[in-house]
Design a protein around this ligand. Structure first.
Ligand SMILES: Nc1nc2c(ncn2[C@@H]2O[C@H](COP(=O)(O)OP(=O)(O)O)[C@@H](O)[C@H]2O)c(=O)[nH]1
Ligand SMILES: [Mg+2]
Length: 260
């Protein structure tokens, strides 16, 4: 099957413009960035699933797992798995720095042309990967959105309200900005300066992508309930996120030139 293609902003002329979907998979190089914080009950299965799905569709890939100062068995499991498989590149933060900080560490380590980031808690299904890779010929960023979502009602309502807020304040018209399944061109990630150290990083990324004219695609995925462990999202994160949102709105209003 041929993919209908158009050049995109960050295109690197890597031959993708004439590739079939199968060929596309063979030429794509992928860094999978996975932040993990106290995920001892999920991390083993999550990494195994990522390795299985990635190796089925991409030859050249790496899995960068960032242990963000976990106090449980996560770092030990990660060390053990990395010792058995060279595709796993572990990063250890001595202390907990936040999901955004962990993603930034992962982005800095990423060597491949495309970056997928996803969670370590099995709430996303890595088997969605091929559908996302197929879109890399046309788009710079492919953002998942949860068509079905296994989170609590209050969490889903909060996300709806947040989507409305960032649409009004920042003009971001995405259905699910925080969906933890996104593929980005590394050249785009390398070209921006991310400030958020916490959960606001998804909004910041989306804002920078849209203001820089990136070609963004949204793809539906299934969001599962957490089976093990607890969400790290606490009430203080909501306040932090709002603080960062206000700062970004102010910066964007002062003149787009100052927002990088
Ligand atoms: N590195 C890092 N990862 C985190 C932190 N908090 C959460 N995570 C990871 O980010 C992902 C999503 O976190 P989670 O608590 O499940 O958030 P939720 O799915 O939005 O409720 C999981 O893989 C967590 O292990 C953090 O402070 N640092
Ligand atoms: Mg989660």
């Amino acid at each position: 099957m041929m993919v209908a293609l158009s050049p995109n902003k960050f295109s690197e002329g890597n031959g993708l413009l004439t590739a079939s979907v199968d060929e596309l998979h063979a030429v794509i190089t992928l860094s999978i960035v996975v932040p993990a914080y106290n995920e001892e009950k999920n991390i083993r299965e999550a990494i195994a699933a990522i390795l299985a799905s990635a190796s089925a569709v991409v030859t050249d890939y790496e899995v960068i797992v960032i242990d963000d100062g976990s106090s449980d068995g996560t770092p030990g499991i990660l060390r053990e798995m990395a010792g058995q498989n060279a595709k796993i590149r572990p990063v250890f933060h001595g202390t907990n720095q936040g999901k955004g900080a962990a993603l930034q560490s992962g982005f800095k380590q990423a060597k491949m042309a495309w970056i997928l980031f996803t969670d370590a808690d099995l709430q996303m299904d890595i088997k969605e990967l091929p559908g996302f890779l197929a879109q890399t010929a046309r788009y710079d960023l492919i953002f998942g959105f949860r068509k079905i979502r296994g989170d609590s009602m209050s969490r889903r309502l909060f996300s709806r309200g947040y989507a409305l807020l960032i649409r009004m304040l920042l003009g971001i018209r995405l259905q699910d900005v925080n969906c933890p399944f996104k593929i980005l061109r590394r050249s785009f990630v390398d070209s921006i300066h991310l400030r958020s150290r916490g959960f606001f990083i998804d909004t910041e990324l989306a804002f920078l992508a849209l203001t820089r004219g990136c070609h963004v695609k949204e793809l539906g995925v299934t969001g599962y309930s957490r089976r093990h462990g607890v969400s790290s999202v606490k009430f203080r994160h909501v306040f932090e996120t709002f603080g960062e949102l206000i700062t970004l709105v102010e910066r964007s209003r002062k003149g787009s030139g100052t927002v990088q």
